[in-house]
Design a protein around this ligand. Sequence first.
Ligand code: BT5
Length: 255
Amino acid sequence: LPRLTTKRLGQNYHFFASLPSTNRTAKELARQGAPEGTLVVAEEQTAGRGRLGRAWVSPRNCGIYLSLVLRPAVPLGMAAQVTLLTSVSYCRAIEQVTGLKPMIKWPNDVLLSGKKICGILTEVHAEMEAVNYLIVGIGMNVNHQGADFPEEVRPVATSLALEAGKTVDSTQLLLAFLACLEADYDRWLSDGFGSIREQWLARAAGLGRPVQIVAGQRQWQGRLASIDEEGALLVTDTDGATHRVYSGEVSIRPE
Ligand code: BT5
């Protein structure tokens, strides 16, 4: 990768014209011992995956579909924080390259105009309650036009080009993202999520707003208060009690 400024992320680089899923390929490489920072990029995905078996729309010539192999020496409980820090890093890269101001919707969405411009899928392989390796997959909607999204995704999706009103240089965006992520990741490794928390809060969507939480079978309503030092969402219920939300879906409700 030319013009790469990072020390680890992206130094070991695998580029493909087409893959079923970059996460799947990165996982195979990780199993074979690929070093930290190994980067898999595809120009298109034929079976891009979201969470819970959902699909990620990944057409050719519009997006960046990538996965990174990370090997942080942290307990399993910290793995989910990587999704949060990755969303901050990607926001910073978008801000640097386009001047746009994206927002973060916990746990894994980056939004512009309230629509998804990126999805993050972090998969963890653990041994004895410690992280062995992590695959961080990111689907970046860069130069999609409306017709590049299937009809059912169109209402919830947008791209940097649609928001900026001009074509965005994918290589520049990728390089900026790797540099931002390496800096944030190193800070997280030495100081934990507390060091990223302010950056996350500065871009958080829906702070102070009513939200609906769906966690497994349970559904309840509250108000989005903050995020804690561990990356758990803090939600105040109707009785004023604050709850920590570690996983689940959060939808911001209109007031
Ligand atoms: C995500 O899932 O947002 C995580 C997506 C991660 C994709 C990357 S691409 C590189 C790497 N390799 C993979 O195979 N995956 C990762 P989730 O929160 O479950 O959101 C999925 C939902 O987002 C879908 O059900 C659609 O409604 C919507 N969606 C699908 N494709 C989209 C797109 N390109 N842009 C915006 N929204 C999309």
